[in-house]
Design a protein around this ligand. Structure first.
Ligand code: 0O2
Length: 223
């Protein structure tokens, strides 16, 4: 997801550059304006979350988030997603149908921290929660676990306030480690993982979860 590597670079080189194919559909000027809006939303969202978390941690004498990652999805990857979903490759469709151009990920030590952070986000006066997916309660077929929240971020520009979609992913260190390794393996295999390998990856996710739950029980015992 949010990082680059030799393996992912090889994969990227093999992809058709959809951005080059689509330059007739929109001007570079419009693309720049849109990218500016996403950058502004990312700044607002990241700063807001960092303040919320610090305030929460100071009140509760805890450290509920190990680290925060933030990224803007590449236009290339977003247009690829549009194409896969059979939408015309336009910036209007990108704004309307891609809700995770702006993404912030909170990586927490334990599962109980994840749900504390989810409640904290939902209690924010600034953010408007549009949609949530609990892949911890209901992991994806791949084994992927995480809590996803789509929010609208208010950004005050020179002439008006715009509400820009963003995705917040909240997950534990173990869920994050599994997702990063699985993503790397998918890239290495150019997405052609066999059924047996998929089953093994799902088993790895369950194993990560078992160890994490064991440590959570230990943590609760130490209180
Ligand atoms: P990147 O680079 O992380 O942005 P929606 O967005 O709700 O319209 P979508 O896109 O199917 O529909 O959303 P979903 O499945 O809820 O979440 C997509 C994101 O979750 C992915 O973003 C990944 O970050 C992560 N994710 C989902 N499934 C997996 C998985 O099996 N393995 C790993 N490693 N990550 C997963 P992108 O857009 O794929 O990429």
């Amino acid at each position: 997801p949010i990082k680059s590597s030799a393996a992912s670079d090889v994969y990227k080189r093999q992809r058709v550059n959809i951005l080059n194919k689509s330059t007739n559909n929109f001007s570079q000027e419009d693309l720049k304006k849109l990218q500016f809006k996403y950058e502004a939303a990312l700044q607002v969202l990241k700063t807001h979350l960092e303040i919320l978390i610090k305030d929460y941690d100071m009140s509760n004498h805890t450290k509920s988030v190990e680290h925060v990652n933030a990224r803007i999805k590449s236009i290339d990857s977003a247009l690829g997603k549009l194409e896969k979903r059979n939408y015309d490759i336009t910036l209007e469709n990108l704004e309307e149908h891609i809700h995770d151009m702006v993404g912030v990920r909170l990586v927490c030590p334990f599962e109980d921290d994840v749900y504390e952070m989810v409640d904290l986000i939902k209690s924010s006066d600034l953010l408007q929660v549009c949609h949530e997916k609990d892949y911890i309660e209901n992991p994806k077929e791949s084994g992927y676990s995480s809590y996803h929240i789509i929010v609208k971020v208010p950004v005050s520009f020179k002439d008006d306030i715009e509400f820009i979609d963003a995705e917040i992913q909240v997950r534990t260190l173990a869920m994050d480690a599994w997702a990063a390794l699985e993503h790397e393996l998918q890239y290495k295999s150019n997405g052609s993982v066999t059924k047996r390998e998929r089953d093994e990856l799902r088993e790895c996710a369950q194993e990560f979860r078992r160890i994490e739950n064991k440590m959570l029980t230990l943590k609760k015992g130490l209180r």
